[in-house]
Write a protein that binds this ligand. Structure first.
Ligand code: DP6
Length: 325
């Protein structure tokens, strides 16, 4: 049976940076995110006895199966279903990958939903989230709708994501500015594995539970100023840990820095917007609905911006009947 799933990327407002279990991908702290309407991965999966090996076709390109995380993920789901049949997997991501825009989150969420559907596993949203997490931690947050919390948990079964507010709860925008298409030099998993080398990491962990509570309250109250100040300082705090790891991780480029300063300047001039960013040079800028056109027009004026992606809060992973093959 051929099954297709579509899953959005997500942006973390309170971030996951550090694992307490590397192979299960149990995070050191919980996190809060929002699913993104303008950035998604579509994946079609078919398990069939005629396939002699797994074939993974990513953005029209046949992937090498050695050390491929998608193949390892297929194997995990196959084991759950107690089958050995190989699969053909075709995937398209409609935004740049490897640039800090969480393509692995949407990719592993779509793969998890499509594979479990194709093997008729009938899993709950929580179970899907637990499996997606093991492919890429942040993928568990692309399964539920809207605004999402990922519980850190201390076993695989209690580290999952769930929706805290639906996608239509708050009319805010995440405008992504693609500063460059260059792929990051240090992959997220590798960078994150060195987190304890930063002497600031323990200090960061001390404040995380409180930050999660505050972040949920700002979303609940739709308090954009408190929300924006919190998420911008949270992004900078995570990057302070990255910068002080050994070896240091510097994901910012000149364009990133210019844009971070501009966002702060625009704010002083009454365009209220706040940035956040992950492992890459590209930036997410949060803005209220009434001011989004003004922000987009300012971004259009900047020559160094490659592409602008407009996102609203979105639903999570869904099945689709538009197969890719
Ligand atoms: C900085 O989920 O990509 O974007 O579990 O190793 O695949 P792995 O990491 P991943 O890490 C995301 C890190 C982040 C922050 C976040 O999205 O919470």
């Amino acid at each position: 049976m051929k099954i297709t799933a579509v899953a959005p990327s997500n942006i973390a407002f309170i971030k996951y940076w550090g694992k307490k279990d590397q192979s299960l991908r149990l995070p050191e702290n919980g996190s809060i995110s929002m699913c993104l309407s303008g950035m998604k991965t579509i994946t079609t999966v078919e398990f069939d006895k005629s396939y002699k090996i797994d074939q993974i076709i990513y953005n029209q390109h046949l992937e090498d199966n050695t050390l491929n995380r998608a193949v390892a993920h297929l194997e995990k789901i196959r084991n759950l279903a107690r089958v050995t049949t190989h699969a053909k997997v075709q995937t398209i991501t409609d935004f740049p990958s490897g640039t800090g825009l969480s393509s692995s989150a949407s990719g592993f969420a779509a793969l998890t939903l499509a594979c479990s559907g194709a093997l008729d596993l009938r899993l709950s949203e929580r179970e899907l989230s637990i499996i997606a997490r093991q492919g890429s931690g942040s993928a568990c947050r692309s399964i539920p709708d809207g605004f999402v919390e990922w519980l850190d948990g201390n076993t695989s079964q209690n580290s999952y994501a769930y929706s805290i507010f639906p996608s239509d709860y708050w009319d805010i925008y995440d405008i992504v500015a693609v500063v460059s298409l260059d792929r990051k030099e240090v992959p997220t998993t590798e960078g994150m594995s060195q987190v304890r080398k930063s002497k600031f990491f323990e200090k960061r962990l001390e404040g995380m539970k409180n930050k999660i509570i505050r972040c949920k309250k700002t979303i609940k109250d739709r308090d954009f100023t408190q929300f924006g100040e919190l998420i911008e300082s949270e992004a900078l705090e995570m990057h302070a840990v990255m910068l002080t790891q050994s070896p240091p991780l510097i994901y910012w480029t000149t364009g990133t820095l210019i844009l971070m300063r501009l966002v702060q300047m625009w704010r002083q001039n009454n365009l209220e917007c706040y940035f956040t960013l992950n492992t890459g040079q590209n930036i997410h800028i949060m803005v209220k609905s009434a001011e989004k056109d003004q922000l987009i027009s300012k971004l259009h004026d900047l020559e160094f911006i490659n592409r602008i992606i407009v996102n609203q809060p979105s639903w999570g992973a869904r099945l689709s009947d538009k197969h890719l093959f």
